[in-house]
Design a protein around this ligand. Sequence first.
Ligand code: PEP
Ligand code: MN
Length: 360
Amino acid sequence: MENQKELRTWLDKFNLDHPLVIAGPCSAETEDQLVTIAKQLKDSDVSVLRAGLWKPRTRPGNFEGVGALGLKWMQTAKEETGLLTTTEVANANHVDLALENDVDILWIGARTTVSPFIVQEIAEALKGTDKTVLIKNPVNPDLSLWLGAVERFYTAGVKNLGVIHRGFSNYEKTKYRNNPEWQIPIDLQNKFPDLPLILDPSHIAGRRDIIFDLCQTALDLNYDGLMVETHHDPDNAWSDAAQQITPATLIQVMKDLKIRKEISESEEFVSSLKNLRAKIDITDHQLLEILSKRMKIADEIGKIKKSQNVAILQTSRWNEILGKMILEGEQQGLSEEFVLKMFKAIHQESINHQKKVISE
Ligand code: PEP
Ligand code: MN
């Protein structure tokens, strides 16, 4: 993707002084439902109405969307409110129908981004379009797969592009429905700073009470927009009921969010930042030194294990370390999630060191 600046021209055209907000129900249910929600979103920061028509459900037997029928409802909602519209397309047929019915923005779902064949099929159906296409991250934490999908659209001549961060599947139950893994969208942002990045807090959260915090984190990380599932009667939504918020709640969320500047010219700020960053650099250097010291001890352990023909991995010892460190970490203000991840990485490096010593 050579001409990066052109990737965000569609976003600049909105000419907003706040992040782009896309909102609307997980699924279009009835014309009345969609128009009601659209009207409640009309006089707010929301520019685009979302609604799923073809729903990729994890298990069969759930509501699978109203399909093409809902395209007319989206047109009515647009006429009545002036909001632009967006829906998910998951094959070439969906693309044709959405284009015929004047949907403004198309998004690619997380279960579609994982499949290069289907992404290619959709990209070809959209060849040269001037519509905007937003690509959700794949369900698995794989940046290349996400970028690969973006490149397939770009190569097909789709130049109005953006990405949506909706989190990544995990087997272990955490507080999130889908783990945010912020590092992945941050890496993507570093590679393609002009590719608009939008947060979908709804599918990360899976619940209402952490939507605000997720949105604030995204704004702190310079995201360009938010896509929030919004329903006039969330508890009775036909899909994703637990994570939808009312239009009124969304309007309040937008009021409460702090939109921070990317940089400040204030001299005092610049010099304090420089100072603190120097401290960080020193600490990082110390971290590496201490880790290297730890690995040298692991090498020593490797040597004595080798001499006694003892296995590298001792699960009970490892669980003991982990339990202790999580408790200690908590006292020092470090989250369990972080301590766990860090020690898993340290442990793996220790094992690699010991393996090397033992095989020498
Ligand atoms: C959705 O946006 O309703 C949806 C199905 O999203 P995802 O592809 O992120 O699961
Ligand atoms: Mn949904």
